[in-house]
Write a protein that binds this ligand. Structure first.
Ligand code: FNR
Length: 389
């Protein structure tokens, strides 16, 4: 018997959990240390309820939004995720196809299993590129410059520089399950992987397991080398001058990803960024960092009308998107939710997850009596309990 098609992000999560070996699941779905920050992203959404007004409105005619100078059909983009080929061999290319089919955009990670050039060649849209500031053998700036040039040459329009990884977060869950560089494969782990027959078949057949942007040529033998180079990328000495230097070299829209404090948002805007992404890396970096929804209002106030504010972390429902927009986000990004869809059904699964978001946003706004995304603001939110206003 085949399982029924999931009807929610949670449904895709359950299916993905069953499809993936434990090691891979620990990489995708867990966070750092206590995981308080990862859970906190979800809890912050639950602390708000929405207002509802009856009998006065029309359903929204469109959910179209402008982000990074582009029109998207809904205010949801795909966050950059590394090593996505571990979850499904089509990896970042499958994610980009799913985004295109839903009329939105994906952000390609520096540590992707499909290269900058492969994703550009395999898609219609120009997608967006995420840069981990590079600190390879010949220095931080030349490594970063090389990646920026490659992305520019094949038409990526916007750049997202991720600044919340001066070192890798302490992800104990994946460490305990052998997801290091190199991975530690015990007999029990190999047995667990082999039980996931479809995953194992595709893994052996396609071997999309190395971070190809960082290698001269791909291939499975290079996987460990690529992951080691990835760890070598992280540069705790990166500073705002480096970001300014990158801004000056990138002609298109430029975003700083991983902002939680309004002063940092102000600095990013002062050096010429077009916007920021309020993010704690899905609770994978600093454990005990604030929930992104809690950090959003002050960051949105700091950015003001000068630029765009995106938010990611724990967005699992259309109502979450609505709450983020009420508090000043232009749009949101989803990380794990699209990986669940990808793990279950490749590009079609990614598209299905985005369609679930679209339907949920549309239905939520209709039930609230909101005719347009532009009408959302803090007055549509109330505390989850207590008399409020
Ligand atoms: C990430 N994230 C991430 N961010 C980034 O800038 N570059 C990267 O390579 C990655 N890699 C990555 C891998 C995996 C498996 C996950 C789950 C996440 C963080 C990502 O862009 C985003 O900030 C979070 O995923 C958002 O939180 P949710 O939606 O996963 O809760």
């Amino acid at each position: 018997a085949t399982d029924p098609t999931p009807i929610s992000v949670d449904g895709y999560r359950e299916r993905a959990r069953r499809a993936l070996p434990d090691m891979i699941w620990s990489y995708v779905d867990h966070g750092s240390e206590t995981e308080d920050t990862m859970r906190g992203n979800r809890e912050a959404f639950s602390r708000y309820r929405v207002e509802a007004r009856m009998l006065g409105g029309q359903p929204p005619k469109t959910l179209e939004t402008e982000v990074a100078g582009r029109r998207v059909s809904l205010p949801v983009l795909l966050a950059p995720t590394g090593l996505t080929g571990l979850s499904h061999w089509t990896g970042e290319l499958g994610a980009a196809h799913g985004a295109e089919r839903a009329g939105t955009l994906s952000i390609l990670s520096t540590s992707s299993t499909w290269s900058i050039e492969e994703v550009a060649a395999g898609t219609q849209e120009d997608h967006l590129f995420q840069l981990y500031p590079f600190s390879g053998g010949d220095g931080l700036r030349s490594g970063s410059a090389e990646l920026m040039e490659r992305a520019q040459r094949v038409g990526y329009s916007a750049l997202f520089v991720t600044v919340d990884v001066p070192v890798i977060g302490n992800r104990e869950w994946e460490r305990l399950r052998g997801m290091g560089a190199p991975p530690t494969i015990t007999p029990a782990r190999a047995f667990d992987a082999a039980r996931h027959v479809r995953w194992t078949y595709r893994y052996l057949r396609h071997q999309r397991v190395s971070a190809r942007n960082l290698l001269d040529q791909g291939g499975s033998a290079a996987a460990v080398e690529s992951v080691n180079r990835l760890a070598g990328l992280m540069n705790p000495e990166l500073n705002w001058d480096d970001i300014a230097w990158m801004r000056d070299r990138w002609p298109g829209p430029f975003y700083v990803k991983g902002i939680l404090h309004p002063e940092d948002a102000r600095r990013a805007m002062a050096l010429g960024a077009d916007g920021v992404v309020v993010s704690n890396h899905g609770g994978r970096q600093l454990d005990q960092a604030r929930a992104t929804l809690d950090a959003l209002p002050a960051v949105a106030a700091a950015v003001g009308q000068q630029g765009e504010v995106l938010l990611d972390g724990g967005v699992r429902r259309g109502s979450d998107v609505v709450k983020a927009l009420c508090l000043g986000a232009t749009a949101v990004c989803i990380g794990r939710p699209f990986i669940y869809g990808l793990a279950v059904d490749g590009a079609d699964g990614v598209r299905a997850v985005l369609e679930i978001f679209r339907e949920e946003i549309q239905r939520t706004l209709t039930l609230m009596g909101v005719e347009s995304l532009e009408h959302l603001g803090p007055e549509w939110l109330a505390p989850a309990s207590g008399p409020g206003t």
